[in-house]
Ligand binder design. Structure first.
Ligand SMILES: Nc1ncnc2c1ncn2[C@@H]1O[C@H](COP(=O)(O)OP(=O)(O)OP(=O)(O)O)[C@@H](O)[C@H]1O
Ligand SMILES: [Mg+2]
Length: 219
């Protein structure tokens, strides 16, 4: 489903190039749940951003269902909207908008009626136990609840893939396991899940781990 062939990614900074990914290759099949592990700065977030069509690689090829992911910004936006749900580090909720609005965000770019958007949001919020919070604002929710809102936002558009960047790092142990449980259930329902993490417990519950160092596969 997801295939990186010799992908490198450099960022220009002042007069130098920072190599975030360095000829990395990997394959992730449909319905897998995979951990990406590596030290801070090893390229995990960069890898997820390329997989999700947020960033473009500098060289190499990215195939999604055997088709190269490429194109202009609106084609990339369509790719993201059709296939990908993101769960970002520290939730990344919009502070001045209520929970309903936050969860509905990925649906705004699709051609869906308001009433149907509300129904979809209520259904997904219900399944995650946050339907009583829809009119509230992010600062009124606990960290665990905020992460469930972030998960709701990632799944509301029924993506094929969820990319989760350190989804448990802002949570206490109880909430950590709850979030992992939710991700595991989503995976059982057929969603492919890729989790960037420093946490061994997260990696252990995945089907397998891809280790990276300095932007490359660990051999
Ligand atoms: N926009 C950018 N401009 C310049 N350098 C960048 C940019 N984004 C990432 N980098 C660099 O690329 C390298 C990989 O960063 P990345 O965020 O992918 O690491 P990471 O494995 O996710 O780290 P962490 O575990 O700390 O989140 C780092 O050296 C980082 O400084
Ligand atoms: Mg990161």
């Amino acid at each position: 489903m997801i295939e990186f062939i010799n992908i490198s990614k450099s960022f220009k900074y002042k007069n130098s190039q920072i190599k975030a990914l360095d000829h990395i290759s990997l394959k992730i099949d449909k319905r897998e749940i995979v951990a990406i592990m590596g030290p801070s700065g090893s390229g995990k977030t960069t890898l997820l951003n390329i997989a999700g069509g947020i960033l473009k690689q500098s060289s190499g090829e990215y195939l999604f269902n055997n088709v190269p992911v490429e194109g202009n910004e609106s084609e990339m936006a369509k790719f993201r909207s059709d296939h990908v749900g993101f769960i970002l580090q520290h939730f990344a909720l919009i502070k001045h908008r209520n929970i309903l609005y936050n969860i509905a965000l990925p649906l705004k770019y699709k051609n869906i009626e308001k009433k149907e958007i509300r129904e979809k949001v209520v259904a997904v919020a219900d399944s995650l136990g946050i339907s009583s919070k829809l009119e509230m604002y992010p600062h009124m929710l606990s960290s665990g609840e905020c992460q469930r809102v972030a998960i709701a936002r990632a799944v509301v558009s029924k993506p094929n893939v969820i990319l989760a960047d350190e989804p448990t790092c802002s949570l206490d142990d109880d909430n950590k396991y709850e979030v992992l449980d939710i991700l595991k259930k989503l995976n059982k329902n057929g969603i492919t899940i890729i989790i960037a993490t420093h946490n061994d417990a997260v990696a252990r519950m995945c089907d397998r781990t891809i280790n990276i160092r300095n932007g490359s596969n660990v051999k």
